[in-house]
Design a protein around this ligand. Structure first.
Ligand SMILES: [Zn+2]
Length: 99
């Protein structure tokens, strides 16, 4: 689980998933209010997570399933990836450059 770089409090799974962090890669800490950024390492892993959604989607698209199956499959993979992401998230008080 992510730990606030400012107050060192651990964010819960729920706080991480429902924070804006997933979408904008920055969110205020629920404990101290300090703005926290996803670390560069985390954002790089985020790219791998995107691939981990796209690759299974690509594999199932080789088979002749119905459209509904693809949509459901995509949603399931997406929620699994989202649900697991708090476990690898690392926070930083500063916005780190990727390179
Ligand atoms: Zn904090």
């Amino acid at each position: 689980m992510p730990v606030c770089d400012h107050c060192k409090k651990k964010w819960t799974w729920k706080e991480t998933v429902f924070s804006k962090l997933m979408l904008s890669s920055s969110a205020p800490c629920p404990y101290c209010g300090e703005k926290q950024y996803a670390s560069a390492k985390t954002r790089k892993r985020g790219g791998i997570m995107v691939l981990s959604v796209i690759i299974p989607m690509f594999i199932v698209s080789l088979f002749d399933f119905s459209m509904l199956f693809y949509i459901l499959f995509g949603l399931i993979v997406f929620f699994i990836v989202m649900g697991l992401s708090p476990f690898y998230y690392e926070l930083s008080s500063k916005e780190e450059s990727l390179w």
